[in-house]
Write a protein that binds this ligand. Structure first.
Ligand code: PLP
Length: 285
């Protein structure tokens, strides 16, 4: 496969990181994952905008997010792919190891294309279990940072427990009151009391592009929405429906630990949103 690395398209085996890149030493960088179906990106502008926000969020300067769109299309062409998830990464670049960020580093840009299957309208909705893990991440989760150790360890624990996704729970600062924030690499939704609920888009979660797309679709379908308040573990376990979503998945969560959610099958709202979302993906957004 061909990747884009450090200003050029090269064979993956020829692309290397400087051992002193701050991305390697400090996980000092940000990323995006964009989905391409039949040669067309979904929500490209939203990804470009979020990359720009993430870079600004860590004070990373000298890289414009705009060219990532064109670079992605060229990467797909060079790899002869039309269905792929394309990973974008910007690290702060090489510098002698120092906690203090120097202003003179040259950021390293990397793009990798991972082949995927095209949207299949006949494929069934994915179903899996959730596994609750303490959310020990920082309070700037709106930045799509490379600092993914908590998410990686949480997901590994979840998969070992037979679950599809780790679901983070954390106490509000200064209180014992705990809430569900999001998944290791997904946003979490539940349906309760006839409302579609998800954590507010604040520093405790990543503002998922799929999250926003599904909220827009739900509004369009006339479904009542609640995104101003987080929900608790107890409310998740007692929910009528639950699902997790990201650029690469929409999975109905039908159990959490030993607790079965509702009757243990994907609910009607999840099914409806899944159908509407797939139709939108097929249209190209
Ligand atoms: N939350 C976290 C922590 C994520 O890492 C991701 C995606 O990787 C999401 C939510 C979903 O975001 P999106 O729908 O933009 O892919």
């Amino acid at each position: 496969p061909i990747v884009y690395h450090d200003f050029e398209f090269v064979l993956e085996s020829k692309a290397h990181f400087d051992v002193q890149d701050r991305g390697v030493l400090f996980a000092d960088g940000v990323y995006e994952v964009v989905r391409f179906d039949r040669g067309k990106a979904f929500a490209m502008q939203a990804h470009v905008d979020r990359l720009a926000r993430s870079m600004a969020g860590i004070g990373l300067e000298g890289v414009s997010a705009t060219p990532f769109a064109e670079l992605s299309y060229e990467l797909l062409e060079r790899n002869q792919l039309s269905d792929a998830k394309v990973y974008w990464q910007v690290t702060r670049g090489p510098a002698a190891r120092d906690f203090v960020v120097s202003e003179s580093t040259e950021p390293t840009v990397t793009l990798i294309a991972y082949p995927t299957q095209p949207i299949d309208l006949d494929a069934p909705l994915a179903v899996g279990a959730g596994h609750i893990v303490e959310d020990c991440r920082w309070t700037r989760c709106w930045i799509k940072s490379l600092m993914l150790m908590p998410a990686s360890l949480a997901k590994t624990e979840a998969v070992k427990a037979g679950a599809a996704e780790a679901i983070f729970e954390r106490a509000k600062p200064g209180t014992d009151e705990k809430h569900i924030t999001e998944g290791a690499s997904t946003n979490v939704f539940i349906v309760r009391e006839g409302q579609l609920c998800t954590h507010p888009d604040d520093g405790w979660v990543l503002g998922g592009i799929t999250r926003q797309t599904l909220l827009d679709l739900a509004k369009h379908l006339g479904l009542p929405i609640r995104e101003d308040a987080a929900f608790t573990r107890e409310q998740l376990l007692a929910a009528n429906e639950a699902f997790v979503c990201s650029t690469t998945q929409l999975t109905a969560i039908t159990s959490v630990g030993d607790a079965v959610i509702a009757d243990g099958t994907p609910g009607p709202t999840t099914q409806r949103l899944h159908e509407a979302y797939r139709a939108l993906l097929l249209q190209g957004g």
